[in-house]
Design a protein around this ligand. Structure first.
Ligand code: ATP
Length: 366
């Protein structure tokens, strides 16, 4: 397949309003060339509208879109070197698989279309079904053909709009790994829209979290998970325990906190700008059930009563009621450690560095 010059996809102040409703609100994004980028957010947050503007199917009300420094905001969809793979594969039923993949190449008059289309089919491990018709393939195979058909055109940007949405869970998980492999082999920029946080974290180098038309946070999966910057991101990417806390002092890089009358600490560097009122966040798997008080040295601790025990296979989830009425969720690996009993009183503890602090002027969103 021929090499083609391209570059970063850059959105600057991109906005889309429908009458009085703002679906996409002033988005600034730089998507590096060759990266696997996920737009993640709940239904209606503006992901598809953003993608459609990149494809040229929708016109921004304000802002610009460029690829490799070239402004494409006003460029017609078919003149952009951008391809889209949708959830419904939309293969041509009367053409065989090879012809489906070769369709764009033939239309552009590419002479070695057969070689290129076969290469693309090999990439998705479907060269052996080149002569079959789409209806003879499973849903997962059809989706891979749709991907081969998009990749063969070597677009500057490949847009994927919930492409795995129609597949069952097991196939979906397989395809996530497969898509990641294909992207790294072809080295094209993939922009993948999904509302599934696990899917985004599995596949993407970088995730942009969207809510209500706005970008909430952009980062690699590890940073987004470990250091969410909003209560929305903290709750949308996995589970978080959020505790109301007041900063009582800062000394030598450590902030002292009051959490419902219990003294705790958090690294001062993790304090958000703003007031003394915080949400202190801690992931369920970062909380330990402590059986011996000697193990609690250096940890933030809380006492509570186990109100639910759920076996999850590799781990067990506990709900632990706090004296102030809220429950903390704790997830412990089932690695032979003793398990707490329903109704027992336990001490919970976590390493202060494992928690994160958010400005409490935000809604807990819990
Ligand atoms: P989903 O995952 O459900 O597809 P999404 O995050 O992709 O959601 P969009 O499809 O981008 O969300 O829609 C964002 C908002 O804009 C929604 O509230 C939607 O109703 C609204 N919207 C989208 N297209 C139009 C339109 N043509 N006219 C009016 N409102 C629209």
């Amino acid at each position: 397949m021929a090499e083609r010059a391209s570059g970063d996809l850059v959105l600057t102040g991109v906005t889309r309003t429908y009458e009085t409703f703002t679906a996409v609100d002033n988005i600034d994004l730089t998507i590096p060339q060759g990266s696997f980028f996920a737009l993640l957010g709940p239904s209606g947050c503006g992901k598809t509208t953003t993608l459609r503007m990149v494809a040229g199917l929708e016109q921004p009300t304000a802002g610009t879109i460029s690829i490799g420094g070239q402004d494409i905001t006003a460029t017609k969809p078919y003149q952009r070197n951008v391809n889209t793979v949708f959830q419904n594969y939309a293969l041509f039923p009367h053409l065989d698989i090879l012809e489906n993949v070769a369709f764009g190449l033939k239309r552009r008059g590419v002479s070695n279309w057969r070689v290129q289309a076969m290469e693309a089919l090999e990439l998705v491990e479907l060269a052996h079904v080149a002569k079959k018709k789409p209806t003879q393939l499973s849903g997962g195979m059809q989706q891979r053909v749709a991907l081969a058909r998009a990749v063969v055109n070597r677009p500057d940007v490949l847009l994927l709009d919930e492409p795995l949405g129609a597949l069952d869970l097991k196939l979906r998980r397989q395809m996530q790994i497969e898509l990641k492999r294909i992207q790294s082999e072809v080295g094209l920029t993939f922009v993948h829209v999904t509302h599934d946080q696990e899917e985004a974290m599995t596949m993407a180098d970088t995730i942009a979290v969207m809510n209500g038309g706005r970008l909430q946070q952009v980062g690699d999966p590890g940073t987004l998970y470990e250091k969410p910057e909003s209560t929305f991101a903290a709750n949308f990417l996995g589970q978080s325990n959020l505790l109301r806390a007041t900063v009582s002092g800062v000394s030598q890089g450590v902030a002292s906190l009051d959490v419902h009358g219990v003294a705790m600490t958090v690294p001062a560097a993790s304090l958000p700008d703003g007031g003394k009122e915080l949400w202190l966040g801690i992931r369920p798997e970062k909380v330990r059930i402590i059986s011996d008080s000697a193990d609690a040295t250096g940890l933030n601790t809380l006492k509570g009563e186990v109100t639910d025990v759920s076996f999850l296979g590799v781990a067990t989830q506990y709900l632990v009621a706090m004296p102030w009425g809220r429950e903390l969720t704790v997830v412990q690996q089932n690695d032979g450690m003793p398990r707490a009993q329903l109704g027992s009183n336990v001490t919970l503890g976590w390493v202060p560095e494992n928690s994160f602090a958010l400005d409490a002027s935000q809604d807990a969103d819990a």
